[in-house]
Design a binder for this molecule. Structure first.
Ligand SMILES: C[S@@+](CC[C@H](N)C(=O)[O-])C[C@H]1O[C@@H](n2cnc3c(N)ncnc32)[C@H](O)[C@@H]1O
Length: 261
């Protein structure tokens, strides 16, 4: 019988990240990008923080020196095993690891002062459900801060971008749009107080695909999709061939901070 639940996607994600955990730890620890998020949360020093989809714990360990305690949670056990390496590198001891699915967090209500998630939400099968869970475990007056890739509002354009992203990285689910983020926050009882959106052309399509181990046949399909992108789509996605004959693709990122009412 065909499994139509979110389970196969989630298992694909666990498999994908499990195989790349060590490499991911080595390549995604840019301190300036992490500290930008810490500054946005503006901790006082005694908070209890939950980082959801923490991977090897880069954001958890960036918060650690600025707060009381951090719980680093992820659904991929092999990612959680990388956290002690990052803790040693950053010389922090106040990080606890918990295996957890973002859509069913194993914590009681209102347990955390700050709930964060970086570069993970596009992989969660149930986006509004995960935001609801992050809000549930956040105390009233606490904050939920997410950073992730962002998709276009137009549904066809978003499906096109998701196809590209999925061909590149089979763990990809969906890049949620600005409105989807705002709606999910509002529905979860979070008042959005800061949003930053940035966009930029990928400097190299090859590097982008190398970082995800994209198989050669999928690279061909990505090139083909970009080469033959319909003109109507280009109203929503900055994509095509530049003056030097190189294919290009612009990606967007969102950082969104909301306070629990
Ligand atoms: C791209 S990594 C990001 C890791 C980290 N947040 C960072 O910024 O470096 C995405 C992470 O999300 C995790 N993930 C995917 N689906 C998840 C889910 N349903 N619940 C919790 N974590 C999940 C993956 O295991 C992976 O570690």
């Amino acid at each position: 019988m065909e499994d139509t639940s979110a389970a196969p996607r989630q298992l694909a994600s666990i498999d994908y990240f499990g195989k790349r955990a060590g490499r991911y730890r080595e390549s995604h620890g840019n301190l300036e990008a992490l500290e930008q998020l810490v500054r946005m949360a503006a901790p006082r020093g005694d908070e209890v923080v939950l980082d959801v989809g923490t991977g090897p714990g880069h954001l958890a360990c960036a918060f650690a020196p600025h707060v009381g305690r951090v719980v680093a949670s992820d659904v991929t056990m092999l990612m959680l095993r990388e956290i002690p390496v990052v803790m040693r590198d950053r010389d922090v001891a106040n990080v606890w690891r918990v295996a957890a699915d973002a859509q069913a967090l194993p914590f009681v209500d209102e347990q955390f002062d700050i709930v964060t998630s970086r570069l993970a939400a596009a992989h969660f099968p149930d986006h509004p459900g995960a935001v609801r869970e992050m809000a549930r475990v956040c105390r009233t007056g606490g904050i939920v801060l997410v950073a992730d890739s962002m998709g276009p509002e137009d549904p066809e354009a978003r499906a096109y971008v998701d196809d590209l992203e999925w061909l590149r990285d089979s763990s990809h689910g969906s890049n949620h749009s600005f409105n989807e983020w705002n709606d999910a926050y509002r529905a979860a009882g979070l008042e959005v107080s800061e949003v930053y959106v940035t966009s930029g052309r990928l400097s190299s399509m090859e590097n982008w695909m190398d970082r995800a181990d994209t198989p050669p046949e999928n690279r061909e399909r990505i090139y083909d999709l970009i080469e033959n992108a319909p003109e109507t789509l280009k109203r929503h996605v900055d994509i095509g061939r530049d003056g030097d004959g190189r294919l290009f693709f612009t990606t967007s990122q969102i950082r969104i901070l909301g306070r629990k009412r």
